[in-house]
Ligand binder design. Structure first.
Ligand SMILES: C[S@@+](CC[C@H](N)C(=O)[O-])C[C@H]1O[C@@H](n2cnc3c(N)ncnc32)[C@H](O)[C@@H]1O
Length: 279
C-alpha cells in the first residue's frame, strides 16, 4: 500500500489533494497554546473546509482535541471547532472520549481535578459509509441465559425479545475508549517520543478498523510523529500525511517506512524535500 508524506502547511497542501478522495482522517491538531510545536500555527477554518472537500461522501474525520485552561476558564476551542465543522457541512456523528487510564503523575490545575480525557469528534460527510463495530467489551454476564423486560412507550413493560438467548462473551464497546499513555505504552518506537505530543497507536488502530476497510485511503493532516501513518500501513490502507515541521516529518518518515521496509528487508528511498512517496 502506498504512503505519501507531504512537508508543508495543511491549509495549502490539502488543496493539492483531489476532491472526494479520502475515506478516513484520523488526526490531532495543536491544542490552543498548550505546546508550541516548533512555533508553527494553523488556519483552522481553511483546513476544516479543505477536509470537507477531500473527504469522500460517507467518509469520516476523527478530530482528537483538548482545551487549555486560562485564568480558571477552559477556552472551549474544541467545541467551537466541532460547530465550525458542522457549518462546513459535516455531521457530528459522535462525541467520543479518549480516556488516559493510568496517568503516572496526575497534575491538577488551580481548583481543578487532573485532566484525564480528550474529545474525539467523529465527523461524517453525510451518512457514515463504513462502520465496523468493535466488539471487545467483556460481558460481565457472559454465559447467562437472558431473561428480562423492556419498557413500552406508555411505561408498561413486556418480556424482552432476547429472552432465552445466551449472553455472548463480548459485546460492543461504548464511545469512551481508554488507553495507557506514556513511554513504552503509546508506542514501542523509541523515536516517536522525540515528538512532544503523540497519541497511542492503539487509538489510531481502533479508529482505522472502525471507519475504513483495507485498500481505503487514510489521511493525517497533522502527522506529527507519524502514528496514524504507521498503523494505516500495518492495516493495509493507503496513506497521506502532512506535517509542517521538517524535524517531525523525519521522525514520521522513519516510523512509517521502517515498518514497511523491515518486512521487505530493503531500505526506503528518500526522493528529497516536499514529498516522500513510498510504494
Ligand atoms: C498534536 S501533534 C500530532 C501528533 C500525532 N497525532 C502523533 O501521534 O504523533 C500536531 C502536529 O501538527 C503539526 N502542525 C502544526 N501546524 C500545522 C499545519 N499548519 N500544517 C501541518 N502540520 C501542522 C505540528 O508540527 C505537530 O507535529
Amino acid at each position: 500500500m502506498s504512503a505519501r508524506l507531504l512537508l508543508g502547511d495543511s491549509a495549502y497542501m490539502l488543496q493539492t489533494l483531489d476532491a472526494d478522495s479520502i475515506d478516513l482522517t484520523v488526526t490531532s491538531p495543536p491544542y490552543d497554546n498548550l505546546r508550541t510545536y516548533n512555533g508553527f500555527t494553523f488556519d483552522f477554518e481553511a483546513i476544516a473546509r479543505e477536509l470537507y472537500r477531500v473527504t469522500k461522501p460517507g467518509g469520516v474525520v476523527v478530530w482528537v482535541v483538548g482545551d487549555e485552561t486560562i485564568d480558571g476558564c477552559e477556552t472551549g476551542t474544541s467545541f467551537r471547532q466541532a460547530l465550525k465543522f458542522m457549518e462546513c457541512g459535516f455531521n457530528l456523528a459522535d462525541t467520543m472520549i479518549y480516556q488516559k487510564t493510568d496517568l503516572a503523575f496526575p497534575r491538577h490545575g488551580h481548583r481543578k481535578y487532573p485532566a484525564a480525557f480528550e474529545y474525539m469528534f467523529v465527523l461524517s460527510k453525510g451518512k457514515v459509509k463504513t462502520f465496523n463495530l468493535l466488539r471487545d467489551r467483556r460481558n460481565k454476564r457472559a454465559g447467562d441465559v437472558m431473561s428480562g423486560t423492556v419498557r413500552n412507550e406508555d411505561g408498561t413493560t413486556k418480556p424482552s425479545l432476547a429472552n432465552g438467548k445466551v449472553v455472548a462473551a463480548f459485546g460492543a464497546r461504548s464511545n469512551v475508549w481508554g488507553y495507557s499513555t506514556g513511554k513504552g505504552k503509546s508506542s514501542t518506537d523509541e523515536i516517536a517520543f522525540k515528538h512532544p505530543a503523540i497519541f497511542p497507536e492503539a487509538l489510531a488502530r481502533d479508529h482505522i478498523l472502525s471507519w475504513s476497510n483495507p485498500g481505503d485511503t487514510v489521511l493525517d493532516p497533522f502527522l506529527g510523529s507519524g502514528t496514524t501513518g504507521k498503523v494505516a500501513r500495518q492495516l493495509a490502507r493507503r496513506f497521506v500525511g502532512i506535517e509542517i515541521s521538517a524535524e517531525y516529518l523525519e521522525i514520521a518518515s522513519a516510523r512509517i517506512n521502517d515498518d514497511l521496509f523491515s518486512d521487505l528487508g530493503a531500505a526506503p528511498a528518500h526522493p528529497g524535500e516536499g514529498e516522500r512517496p513510498c510504494n
